[in-house]
Write a protein that binds this ligand. Sequence first.
Ligand code: ADP
Ligand code: MG
Length: 678
Amino acid sequence: MKNTIEGFGELVFGLPVMEARLSAPTFASLKKTIDSGSTLDPGIADEVAEAMKEWAMEKGATHYTHWFQPLTGSTAEKHDSFIFPDFKGGVVTSFSGDELIQGEPDASSFPSGGLRATFEARGYTGWDPSSPAFIKYDSVNAATLCIPTVFCGYNGEALDKKTPLLRSMKVLSDQTIRLGKLFGIDCGDAMAQATLGGEQEYFLIDLDLVAERPDLLRTGRTLFGKPASKHQQLDDHYFGAIKPRVAAFMAELDAVLWQYGVPAKTRHNEVCPAQFEIAPVFETLNIGVDHNMITMEVLKVTAEKHGFACLLHEKPFAGVNGSGKHNNWAIMGPDGKNWLKPGDNPHENAKFMTIVVALLKAVDTHADLLRASVATAGNDHRLGANEAPPAVVSVFLGDQLTDIVEQIEAGGANESKDGGHIHLGVDLLPQLPRGNTDRNRTSPFAFVGNRFEFRAVGSNQSPAGANIVLNTIVAEAFDYICTEVETAVAGGKEFNAALQDVLAAVIKEHKRILFNGDGYTDEWIEEATKVRGLPNLVTTEDALPMLQTQKAKDLFAKYGVLSNAELESRFNIYEETYETIIGIEAATAAEIAKTMLVPAAVTAIAEYSAVPAVAGICAEMSSLLEKAVAGIAKLEAAEKPAKQIAAMNELRVSIDALESLVPADLWPLPSYAELLLV
Ligand code: ADP
Ligand code: MG
């Protein structure tokens, strides 16, 4: 049997292929652009395009596409073939540098949130050389060269998720390099990179059963369904042996992802039956995001081949665990090292602690924006709904790091070392925590040894949005700390003393964001909101307006990540998407109840009414049916999301109760027990 690891990257026009197929000067120039983010030399574009085309055609590709990430949250492609008539009845193939660098897909139907009027609706795509091109096989004989691109309007306004992501990465890089210089690290042109390892949770449900559930087909989640008597109570699925049918799926999934150069690493059963997880080895953020988008697509396509539907919805089933996407994020300095790894000496540790303190400032100042970045209709079922993690954003550092943070804060009050307080860069800091021993599963933003894990991202979301916020707010905090320290030093203060004072002050101001306890408890929500004044933005409708505050506008505009108009457009699109999704759910729920479930109950009542022994059940069904019919009317009349959600929840109570009474063979929807326990 062939070892599928050997196929790693074979569909990717990555550095090794480039080096083999480009002239030395062209390769060197392109590599410089990739490594340092410098502007692409347009003079090399023709040669790169030709090499890409040759390589792609050898792999069977007939078309190319600019592959981009519009604000719908998915990926988009419009294929063009390589052919060009030779006007002698045949064709030649061509792919020019211009075609590689810029495209004009029209694409006027993508949401722009008011950024462009329809008469100037054209969007432009632009090559992102930092993410490698790849070939996608949609089916036999349908191979397309995919070129990752940004998607912008006529005046350069960002119509996509990649543009602001790249901007935020540049801003973070600039500020990280500046921070490094405070500690004597200067690496010339080299950029700093954010890194991303996205753990992806998903459900696999038998395709034939899904076909009988209009709710799953249309909304990605079940709108009705009484809990199965056995689901995840015994935790007998988590990390359990993988069943052969699922194992076959996972093997193919990994093999395909490896071909795409996605470093799929971990696969396992999750807590809920039928729930699984895949995690890659981390990569630089931009590539990590692209690879997560590819992973989501490959998950769905491969699942279908194996007779499964892959559900990426955050909450496909009530009463059991939902799915998230743990966003593991760290900073790789310009020296290529992970700066979120505690160091071996006081100097490195001082840099590490500076970054940790900056993170506290960033998250505390912009907890509302982090929450808004993960606000979707689907994710509302997790955040703020008694599931991991809570809607209140706090930071977990673990006891040891928290202790050090507290010592820095206390030390700042003194001019010199006393009382055992730590002075950065002066003392040998105690051994900082290493590895992943300190874990808190309930925290939305946890330090896990060498990275932060933001756990509130939805399984169905592009990771771009959350990371745009994360990069920008951390860059702002670095900027602040650097400015304060630089100013103090310029004023004659000794560096370590200056740093000490700045960090102590920042900690004092922002330590309320630190919480190491159980984030699920009511006491914490009470304390967080009443005592600490942290925002508790329970729903998308609470969270999205945070994109409209002056604070948010100033932040994104100051760092050039999103102009006010670009930010506004995101708010408009996300709000409209939210309303549309809830509207579809409400209409689907009413329709299913009316045309499938009420008739089933009516049949059952008619059959039972002749049999005195079941008179009690019959009466119960009749009373529930009455409630259900009233509930449908109420749902159909409901207009705004909040009312529609309340009406759906109310209707579901009587419908789910009916499901437990109506004979199983009359109930037209496959039950939770059938769906989850394949
Ligand atoms: P766990 O479930 O314990 O969190 P996993 O192995 O499932 O562990 O996922 C951890 C994720 O964190 C992986 O994707 C891993 O590559 C990623 N990761 C590790 N180091 C870094 C880093 N420096 N930057 C970003 N992600 C990282
Ligand atoms: Mg994790």
